[in-house]
Write a protein that binds this ligand. Structure first.
Ligand code: NCD
Length: 311
């Protein structure tokens, strides 16, 4: 079967069909299975990944870089790009991407502006992968979230999935909500009234699957299969007083999990601040560190497919 992702930009999860997503998940599972026997492959030997991060990142940047190394490729990196790259001199994202296209075969970029990934793609002559464009989207996180749901629960179809917390500014839940509409799931959105998901996303998803909105976390926890918790995105608030009002609205601790539903899978894109207490970490339902590990296999799959290096 021809590779539908070869040479493609990954700017939004909406650019990917269900079959494209499934292709990534299947390849990720193959890489994960291979990993124990053969931790280092030569699938991308001679290829270079450039990581260009204008916003803080631990997992996304390092798991992409780890993925490239595990596939035998090389990495060049502008971490803290807002300070250390020529953006500080006023260079446009399109120009930067055009120049970096001469140095690398694929570019992974994170930037606070919503149009940043599209701007970079205008100048780039190699694929651009969006690693977060402000509060808008985080498509590669959605891919690893789907992979994690599938691994934790055996399948995605038939599940009751709850997204909790900052659904207004949290980019991971925007991409994940869009992605989940390809499966037969029920989605419940749990947030304070000031941090609800945008009506544009909700109505797009509602056209395909059942979506409920509530503030009632406990009731939702009793019924759900997957609880996907997010951090309140302090850096996106214009008024710090507004953040103070909503921080700590939802805190999940061990007692609450044990009282409501110890069988569910608890996910979180991380970093967490205080929305999941540390005493949850040792429960079998705590899937968030496994979720972070999965990021490497999913990003290996994405890099190998975009660079057309796997069957
Ligand atoms: C998320 C992000 O950057 O959007 N982190 C991540 O990539 N795993 C979530 C967050 O910062 O809260």
């Amino acid at each position: 079967m021809p590779n539908p992702l070869a040479g493609r930009d990954i700017l939004s999860i909406e650019d990917l069909k269900k079959t494209d997503i499934e292709r990534v998940l299947e390849q990720a599972a193959r890489f994960e299975e291979q990993h124990e026997k053969q931790p280092k492959l030569d699938v991308l030997a001679g290829r270079i990944l450039a990581t260009l991060f204008y916003e803080p990142s631990t997992r996304t940047r390092m798991s992409f870089e780890s993925a490239m190394h595990r596939l035998g490729g090389d990495v060049i990196s502008a971490a803290s790009a807002a300070k250390t790259s020529s953006a500080a001199k006023g260079e446009s994202l399109a120009d930067a991407a055009r120049v970096i296209s001469g140095y690398a075969d694929v570019i992974v970029q994170r930037h606070p502006e919503i149009m940043s990934a599209h701007e970079a793609a205008k100048g780039a002559t190699v694929p651009i992968i969006n690693a977060g464009n402000g509060s808008h989207e985080h498509p590669t996180q959605a891919l690893l979230d789907l992979y994690t749901i599938q691994k934790e629960r055996g399948q995605i179809d038939g599940l009751y999935i709850a997204l909790v917390g900052d659904l207004k500014y949290g980019r991971t839940v925007h991409s994940l909500a869009h992605a989940l509409q390809h499966w037969d799931v029920t989605l419940t959105l749990v947030s304070p009234p000031t941090l609800t998901m945008s009506s544009t996303i909700v109505s797009a998803v509602k056209g395909k699957i059942t979506v409920n909105e509530t503030e009632d976390l406990e009731r939702t926890m009793k019924a759900c299969d997957v609880l996907y918790v997010t951090r309140i995105q302090r850096e996106r608030f214009e008024d710090p007083a507004e953040y103070e009002k909503v921080k700590g609205t939802y805190v999940i601790d061990r007692k609450l999990v044990e009282r409501t539903n110890p069988g569910m899978a608890i996910m979180h894109p991380l970093p967490r601040v205080n929305e999941i207490a540390i005493d949850v970490d040792e429960l079998p339902s705590a899937a968030y560190f496994r979720q972070a590990d999965n990021g490497v296999y999913v990003r290996m799959a994405l890099l190998a497919l975009v660079l057309d290096a796997v069957e």
